[in-house]
Structure formats: C-alpha cells, structure tokens
Design a protein around this ligand. Sequence first.
Ligand SMILES: [Zn+2]
Length: 104
Amino acid sequence: MLEHSSRFDVKGSMEEKDFFDERPDKKQATLNCPHCHQSADYEVTWLVRTKKRQLPGRADERDRARFAKAKSYMVRKDDLLACKNMRCRKRFEISGLQSVVILE
Ligand SMILES: [Zn+2]
C-alpha cells in the first residue's frame, strides 16, 4: 500500500496539520548496503501523523469531506544512512522502504 501524501494538499480553508497530530518516531529496519551488500538493523526516523478525533469547529464542508477521507499515516524522514560495516561506512540511500505508509 503505497500512497503519496500530496493527495492531502488540495486547498481548503484548513491545512493538513489541522487534521493530524504529528510526532517523530523511530523504527527498526533491516537494510542492505548497496556498496558492500551487508545487511544490518538500522533505526529509521519517521514522522507519524495521527488523525485527530475531531475536526476544529471552523472547518467548512470541503474540509469535512477531506477529513473524512484522511487516514493516519507516517512519512519517512531519513533518506540516507551510513553503513554499519566498519570496512565500508559509506552512505547509502534507503531504497527498500517505502516513504509513506498509511496507518489504519
Ligand atoms: Zn556498506
């Protein structure tokens, strides 16, 4: 399930941040370095956006429609990691993980 956050960018009177509570979170992921091909566990930083229980009172019709469709999701913050293999230690791009995860 890969969806892009841009679908929330439709202009209404409210912004995306009015719909969600935001907090950073770290998650373990096993990733393969493309340089030395070693896999290791890495801590990847995500931004978790949890849908609010209620929309603030100033929401209009269109905001309510957007809010009804909105789901909690998380966005990956980290793009680059440093390889944990001491003989490599190159930086590599996270490619095996999706960048946006919709939470149910
Ligand atoms: Zn490496």
